[in-house]
Design a protein around this ligand. Sequence first.
Ligand SMILES: [Zn+2]
Length: 54
Amino acid sequence: MTEARYRVVIRCPECGEKYILRGRQKENGEYETGFKQCVCGNVQHLHIDAAPES
Ligand SMILES: [Zn+2]
């Protein structure tokens, strides 16, 4: 079984920062990207979009 890799875009509505990361999807549906928090300190209110890498 091959693990799909995802391109994950995380946007912070608090300060407008945007992060483009790569990761895989965990069993609980969350994305494992290593992202901890935004530079502004916001960690809870984030917009996350993910698409499979081609
Ligand atoms: Zn921010």
